[in-house]
Design a protein around this ligand. Structure first.
Ligand SMILES: [Zn+2]
Length: 151
């Protein structure tokens, strides 16, 4: 790059002396009262680090992360031959899908969740044993159907 003349975009920074007010696109991080989220200048309340909108978003993100972590742990345990947790993320997901779709095949869950079909079959059987679904063998697959609830 050629030396000087200064281009206009670098001029403000180049000619700034300590103490000069500088416009930057960095989030302002004053002591309190301002949201810490990137670029957010909304005032916070009661000494919280984030504004109400960002507090809600952080809670949501934390919940998603926790869910993913517990799901991954559950998958690891299952793949290692651990028992099925009926209130775990996978069993609950399967149950939700069976009820939403009317029928669910082990192969679909194995593909979607990148699990061994035998592991999925184990969860299906546990759900059947607990009375949540009925199973039918269809070729290499198990098909799960929702149990009709007496209403
Ligand atoms: Zn905010």
């Amino acid at each position: 790059m050629a030396n000087g003349p200064y281009t206009t975009y670098c001029a403000p920074r180049a000619f700034t002396r300590p103490g000069d007010a500088v416009e930057t696109n960095q989030p302002r991080r004053t002591k309190g009262g301002e949201c810490h989220a990137e670029g957010c200048v909304v005032r916070t309340r009661e000494g919280k680090p984030f504004c109400p909108a960002h507090v809600a978003r952080m809670d949501y993100v934390r919940q998603v992360i926790e869910r993913v972590q517990s799901f991954e742990e559950e998958m690891k345990k299952l793949q290692r031959g651990g028992g099925v947790r009926l209130n775990g993320v996978l069993a609950q997901d399967i149950l939700g899908l069976v009820e939403a779709r009317g029928v669910l095949y082990t192969v679909h869950i194995a593909n979607e969740y990148k699990l061994d079909a035998t592991v999925v079959a184990k969860v299906f059987r546990a759900l059947e044993k607990a009375g949540f679904v009925t199973l039918r063998r269809e070729g290499p697959c198990l098909a799960a159907f929702p149990v009709k609830r007496a209403s």
